[in-house]
Design a protein around this ligand. Structure first.
Ligand SMILES: Cc1ncc(COP(=O)(O)O)c(C=O)c1O
Length: 436
């Protein structure tokens, strides 16, 4: 049998024609299970979608109607590759809340910050270049890095976030191996999936290490407006304009379906970023950008943010309360001060990937921890649970089912020993819109 025949499949006769980089693009087996998780009887603590219940749809609808009536010919036309000027100015105002003094010329509007992640990686990384990331990190970013054939190095991350000493060591190691560290990717506020936030001190230390080694920081900050105390953490970018590319998004603070995010980049990088964006999408959607711009100028965004924060805080409280009451002894979890996620670690050799089918059979879903690492082994005793999306009154029931699943797994392990079944993941999967 020829190599082509071995690799080919009746379903996809083009299998031998794909570029090498597609080897990094994998659909995980976990994703298949999530088709089950979206069934109404399942309580999904897996989904990371923002909850739009608190968005005033009638007002937004009226606003969009007016926008099309009054400016339809612009809104529905191609636009500039860098993005609508007025929105870029407004974005600079928004970033001031994070302590950032940016110039609209240095902002590139993108189709969500996911697209900015893709463009920045395209600009900086050749195959084999190294990206240093938190352990664990956002699955959508891991998917991008792997699609560009980067080597991802997870750096020890403690309860304060990315550990600066470990970062320093990791960069030295990478260089000693003759490899090029190109980006330090970090989510300093309400991290996905850990739910933790770097202190101001920690941010400064991370920046110092990056500057010392001349490695660009890629600061991904989509959750910064969702701190439950209403305080927007000072961004790393606030303290350095040349060594940090800052990514922002309106997905969590207005609406993810509009797909409006941005990158604030050092001036030279911005030019290349715009060219890369133009070659990728010509121009980001004028309609979406103008909708966000109108929203910011005509709607009470402050109140909206307050409503989102209160909604998510209430949900966080219900989740944490239920876990305290119901999860078996030995389980530990992070208590997020904002954002959507808590990271739960299980005792006694439980493998959360192996346990997932049993959980879904018990009508509850979560994301296994190893989905947030590039290799199979790490995170196998942990899971991400999110409180952002399931109906509030279903969260305790979800935790009850999760607790029952964990207890049954513990019994199994006590009787037969830790499962011989290894999880069979290889590399990060591409992100799924329902499980960001
Ligand atoms: C850490 C992080 N970065 C980036 C994104 C992508 O967001 P968007 O493309 O909607 O702006 C997400 C989405 O969940 C995320 O969690």
């Amino acid at each position: 049998m020829s190599e082509g025949q071995q690799q080919g499949s009746r379903l996809d006769p083009w299998v031998d024609s794909y570029a090498k980089r597609t080897e990094g693009m994998k659909v995980s087996a976990i994703r298949a299970l999530f088709s089950v998780a979206t069934r109404p009887e399942v309580v999904s603590l897996a989904g990371g979608m923002p909850n739009l219940a608190a968005l005033p749809m009638d007002d937004v609808g009226d606003m969009i109607g007016r926008l099309i009536k009054e400016q339809g010919e612009v809104a529905l036309q191609y636009g500039s590759g860098q993005g609508v000027t007025k929105l870029r100015e407004q974005i600079c105002e928004v970033m001031k809340l994070s302590g950032i003094e940016g110039h609209p010329d240095d902002v590139v509007v993108t189709t969500g910050s996911q697209s900015a992640l893709d463009l920045v990686t395209r600009l900086f990384c050749d195959p084999g270049d190294v990206v240093l990331v938190e352990a664990p990190s956002y699955v959508g970013a891991l998917g991008v890095f792997s699609a560009f054939q980067c080597e991802v190095v997870h750096v020890y991350t403690d309860e304060g976030g990315l550990n600066p000493e470990a970062l320093d060591e990791a960069i030295k190691d990478v260089v000693a191996q003759g490899k090029k560290p190109k980006l330090i990717y970090t989510i300093p506020s309400f991290q996905n999936p850990l739910g933790i936030t770097q202190s101001p001190e920690r941010r400064k230390q991370v920046l110092e290490v990056a500057l010392k080694h001349k490695v660009m920081v890629l600061e991904d900050d989509p959750y910064c407006m969702l701190g439950f105390d209403g305080v927007v953490p000072r961004a790393i970018r606030a303290d350095d304009a040349e060594g940090v590319i800052y990514l922002g998004s309106f997905s969590k603070s207005i609406a993810s379906g509009l797909r409006v995010g941005w990158a604030l980049a050092p001036h030279g990088v911005r030019e290349k970023l715009t060219l890369a964006s133009e070659s990728s999408v010509l121009s980001p959607s004028n309609f979406s950008q103008m909708t966000v711009s109108e929203y910011l100028s005509t709607q009470p965004w402050d109140q909206q943010l307050k409503a989102f924060r209160e909604m998510y805080r209430e949900r966080r409280d219900v989740l944490i309360g239920a876990m305290e009451e119901l999860l078996p002894a030995g389980c530990t979890w992070t208590v997020p001060e904002g954002g959507f996620f808590s990271w739960v670690t299980l005792p006694g050799g439980i493998n959360t990937t192996t346990m997932l089918p049993k959980a879904t059979a018990n009508l509850v879903a979560y994301v296994p921890g190893n989905g947030f690492y590039v290799d199979d082994e790490q995170g196998s005793d942990a899971m991400r649970v999110s409180y952002c999306f399931p109906p509030l009154d279903r969260i305790p029931e979800g935790v009850r089912r999760l607790a029952a699943t964990i207890e049954a797994e513990q019994e199994l392990i006590e009787t037969f020993g830790p499962s011989a079944t290894k999880s069979r993941k290889s590399g990060p999967s591409t992100p799924s819109p329902e499980i960001p």
